[in-house]
Each structure stands twice: as C-alpha cells, then as structure tokens.
Design a protein around this ligand. Sequence first.
Ligand SMILES: Nc1ncnc2c1ncn2[C@@H]1O[C@H](COP(=O)(O)OP(=O)(O)OP(=O)(O)O)[C@@H](O)[C@H]1O
Ligand SMILES: [Mg+2]
Length: 259
Amino acid sequence: MNKVTVIKIGGSTLGNHDTTLDDIVDLQRRGKPVVVVHGGGKIITDWLNKLGVPSRFEKGERVTDQPTLEVVTAVLAGLVNKDIVSSLNSRGGWAVGIAGVDGSLIEGKIGEPAKGFVGVVTKVNAEVLNALMTAGLVPVIAPVGLNGNRQDGMPLTLNFNADIIAGDIAAAVNADKLIFLTDVAGILDNSKQLISRLNMTQAKELIESGVASGGMIPKVQACLRALSATVCTCIVDGRQPHALVQTIEGHYPGTIITR
Ligand SMILES: Nc1ncnc2c1ncn2[C@@H]1O[C@H](COP(=O)(O)OP(=O)(O)OP(=O)(O)O)[C@@H](O)[C@H]1O
Ligand SMILES: [Mg+2]
C-alpha cells in the first residue's frame, strides 16, 4: 500500500462549502490512502446550548462531565461523522465513519481530573484502519475512544482532542504526511505574519513563548508527536481553494513543520 496521509479537518470545513471534501474524493480516485479525523467544537457547543447543558473550558479544553460526554458522543460520532461521510459518498467517494471505540482504535485513560472525562491516548490499534484502507475505503474518525483504565462508576468512553488523535494515528500508521486544515493562514508570529517553515525545536519554542496559544497548541503538539514516525506535518489554510490537494502536491498554503 502507498504511504498514508492523515488529514484533520476542523471547524472551518465542517458546515462550510470549502473544497476539502472534493479534494479527499479526488485523492481517493488517484489511489492515495487517506485517513480523516474530525473535530466539531462549535456544533457541540450549539447542541449543549439547545439541551441546556453548560459549556466550561479548562486550558482550552472542554470540561467533560457525564451529560457533556453523552452530547459529545451523540454529536461527534453521530451528526458530524455521518454528515462528513454522506458528503464524501454523495460526491462519489467511498468512506466509512467510525469512532475511536470502533475496532478499539483509540484506547486511553482519564488525563487531568479537572477536565473530567477527557482522554489521554495510551494505545492506538491501527488494524481497523489498515483493513478499511486495504479495501479501498477512506476511514473518517470521530475522536470518541475507549476508556481503557476504567474504575467503578466511570464511563466506557472518553472524549479526546481531535488534533492529538490525528497526531497519534499518523505515528501509528507511519503516515508520510499529517495535514491540519484550519481557519487561519497557518501559524502566525507575534506580528501576525505567516511562519512558513519550522523545525521541532522552533515549534516547541512557539508553545513555550505563548505565540502558539489556544487551539493551535494541540496541533503543534500533535505535529511534534507525529514527527517520530512521519516525514512532514503541516498546518494549512483550509479556506484556500484546494488547499489539501496543493499540500499533497508540495505547495503548502500554511506552515510546514519537519524534523
Ligand atoms: N500563533 C498562532 N497562529 C495562528 N493561529 C493561532 C495562533 N495561536 C492561536 N491561534 C488560534 O488557533 C485557532 C485554530 O484552532 P481552532 O481549534 O480554533 O480550529 P480547528 O482546530 O481548525 O477547529 P475545531 O477545533 O473546531 O476542530 C486559530 O483560529 C487562532 O485563533
Ligand atoms: Mg481545534
């Protein structure tokens, strides 16, 4: 099998008519194995509001109590995942939606207790992805994984950060590229100028200095994690037409992080 590309699609793509889903179908037609990981923060917040469950954040991550976990699972593994899969398949693609619990793909444990049922990855079982890709399918992954270290009264599933999952999956499948499509031009410096290229040390410094903050932190962390096995990671502007295909072809509309 050709080397795999792992793509994380974020809020900018979900619900918008950008070209990312067309590009994924295009890559599949060209025989390029692709794994898609998605988030869905804004839609989860909308549904929590509709259902009267308050949203709370701790260091940029959603605090996940039992009612929140139920909504997160329903929205991510249900609505968002099926929306992406039906959009891909109605464009002529051939995709299957799974959550991290399917095939025991993602196993984890509770991380910081203050964040509630938010998982830290302990194991990635990539067999299910290899089986789907060997059959020619594009796996589309919702970041709801197994609680592998469960004590009495604890849920069976945990909410994971989609960026982090994408990094762990890229490492587990020895991906040639890990691509984050997001709603900014890439990683910006203090003067809001695009940083086009970083090595691992420079990327770590951006987190330490606070230049990369909020939703950018887990992306940079995931790139650093994936670079143990992956050649090239990048954070690109998903609002640019055909940003994904351009990235695959080596023209990065954003920031590239390499070893
Ligand atoms: N140095 C930086 N350069 C660029 N963006 C940054 C930087 N530091 C923080 N950010 C923030 O990171 C955001 C991107 O992460 P965010 O989590 O919002 O999007 P996403 O992960 O693509 O979508 P979702 O979380 O809905 O899946 C940008 O919109 C910006 O506000
Ligand atoms: Mg995010």
